[in-house]
Design a protein around this ligand. Structure first.
Ligand code: NAD
Length: 482
């Protein structure tokens, strides 16, 4: 029995509907929601972009995109035929008048209206303004904006102000697709839906926390863009910070958009400035499987980091004294994202001769094999007396929930459905984004002023030696990336 609850009938306009993101993620995702029955009849998706296409041309483009980027669902050709019937297209110029009258004609006023800004952020202001001057958007319309949301506090503030001229905060959905991941939401379910964890979730019982987001891809293809950004702006300021907030926040009074976002904001505000020796920046070197970062970025003198590891502190009663180690990088050993809560060592052992450090470790895997495991200590089976060993209580969601479980929606599909439902809980609020930049700006400015040169690391490794050393100095170890 499907548990999918259809959303209200909608018109979704995708500005940039011919772009990479739209073809790779947004449209294949919408097709999956369509197949699941979540997209009600009469709903429409309207691509709006610069390319000179008509409706038939756009439908073909999206059918091709699903064939190229879709998963299992692409085998359903009947379903795909029905899905592309919902597609329309308007050739539009964000910076000029072309196409706007036609868009105004197409978009209905009596259904949920959402406008997805899947274009360069420099066009956000133009789109917001023209949606109003052409009388298309109203007080109920929703807009979805992609990352990057600014490149520092000043640009993020300017972007917020521009959007606020035309839309209320309750209409603005800033996407951080990490928040759409099933396991990330599970983190909240685990914390606030169990008696077991929350009482221990503080500096009395937690030794430290690690967040790793490791990628195997390099920056080839988008090197020129990435070189102006780096891992701090591209990954830490948004995705890793969001994860950190969900781990560290106080329990909100209810799972509502502002309740959750208020608590996340408090975490960001409590983040302490990070000492330079608690930051390790890295850049991948050439390896057997690819060129160096500098070759990929086509900048032989680039000082941009493709890896960063840092030790952060949250100054509040719950977390004082508990380090949060964050690490992310490209061209690493494996594609693996994990949040790990390492509990303190047992204070005293009653078992004679047991010298080992026994500690519980809860790890939540975002990818691959979404799931969690909890390391617990048990007796080693057999006649050898009371010998203790540590074993994982493993829960891979796919195994635990069985083959009949509802298909797990990809992050983008879930978030788009939340937009249609008008649920902002999993979207970043303007003040959160600004607070995050307020914390990262001085760190970035600091290393730029010092002319900090990133440490080289081998492609396919776990990052620079210095990142390992930073942990060793604290008597701790990074989790193995596998
Ligand atoms: P893209 O370059 O592939 O596509 C850009 C789209 O914008 C095209 O459809 C183009 O026709 C349209 N466009 C450009 N100028 C226009 C104008 N003046 N008027 C109307 N339409 C115009 O870009 P993309 O990779 O799809 O990225 C879109 C947005 O999503 C960007 O903000 C990007 O930072 C963000 N994003 C992309 C990815 C990704 O994986 N591609 C991931 C995260 C965020």
């Amino acid at each position: 029995v499907s548990r999918v609850i259809p959303v209200e009938t909608f018109d979704l306009v995708i500005f940039g509907g011919t772009g990479d993101l739209a073809r790779r993620k947004i449209l294949p995702g919408l097709f999956r929601r369509f197949r699941s029955g979540q997209m009600p009849e009469g709903s429409r998706i309207i691509g709006a972009a610069r390319s000179d296409l008509d409706q038939a041309g756009y439908r073909q483009m999206i059918a091709d995109a699903v064939a190229e980027f879709g998963g299992e669902e692409k085998k359903d050709s009947k379903g795909l035929d029905a899905f592309i019937e919902t597609l329309d297209y308007v050739a539009i110029d964000a910076k000029g008048d072309g196409g706007w009258a036609k868009l105004a004609e197409i978009v209905r006023k009596d259904v949920v209206q959402a406008f997805y800004f899947s274009v360069a952020p420099s066009l956000f202001g133009d789109l917001a303004e023209r949606l109003h001057t052409n009388n298309i958007a109203n007080e109920q319309s929703r807009i979805v904006v992609e990352k990057p949301f600014g490149r520092d506090l000043e640009t993020a503030r300017a972007l917020n102000e521009t959007l606020a001229t035309h839309f209320d905060e309750s209409q603005i959905y800033r996407i951080d697709h990490y928040l759409g991941k099933e396991t990330v939401q599970n983190l909240m379910a685990v914390r606030f839906g169990n008696m077991l964890f929350e009482p221990l979730w503080n500096n009395h019982y937690v030794d430290h926390i690690q967040v790793t987001v490791a990628e195997t891809v390099g920056v080839g293809g988008r090197g020129a863009y990435y070189d102006k950004s780096g891992a701090m702006r591209d990954m830490v300021q948004n995705h890793l910070m969001q994860l950190l907030c969900l781990i560290a926040m106080e329990p909100p009074s209810q799972f509502g958009a502002d309740e959750v976002r208020d608590e996340k904001l408090k975490v960001i505000r409590a983040l302490q400035p990070v000492e330079p020796h608690h930051i390790v920046r890295g850049q991948y070197d050439a390896g057997p499987n690819g060129p160096s970062y500098r070759e990929d970025a086509e900048n032989a003198r680039s000082f941009t980091e493709s890896f960063i590891a840092m030790k952060c502190e949250i100054a509040n009663w719950r977390w004082a004294g508990v380090p949060f180690y964050l690490r992310t990088g490209k061209r690493m050993k494996a594609r693996s994202s994990e949040i790990t809560v390492v509990f303190k060592d047992l204070g005293h052992s009653i078992f004679e001769g047991d010298e080992a450090r026994h500690r519980n470790i809860l790890s939540i895997r975002l990818q691959p094999n979404e799931g969690m495991d909890l390391q617990v200590t048990i007796k080693e089976p057999g006649p050898g007396g009371m010998r203790l060993i540590d074993v994982p209580l493993d829960m891979t969601f796919a195994d635990a929930l069985g083959p009949d479980a509802e298909e797990v929606p990809d992050a983008y599909e879930r978030l788009i459905m939340d937009v249609i439902r008008g649920n902002q809980t999993l979207f970043m609020r303007g003040d959160e984004v600004e607070a995050a930049w307020r914390w990262t700006d001085p760190l970035i400015n600091g290393w730029e002023a010092r002319n900090d040169v990133p440490k080289l690391y081998d492609a396919g490794s776990a990052g620079p030696e210095d990142a390992l050393a930073m942990m060793h100095r604290d008597g701790r170890r990074w989790r193995e990336i596998k």
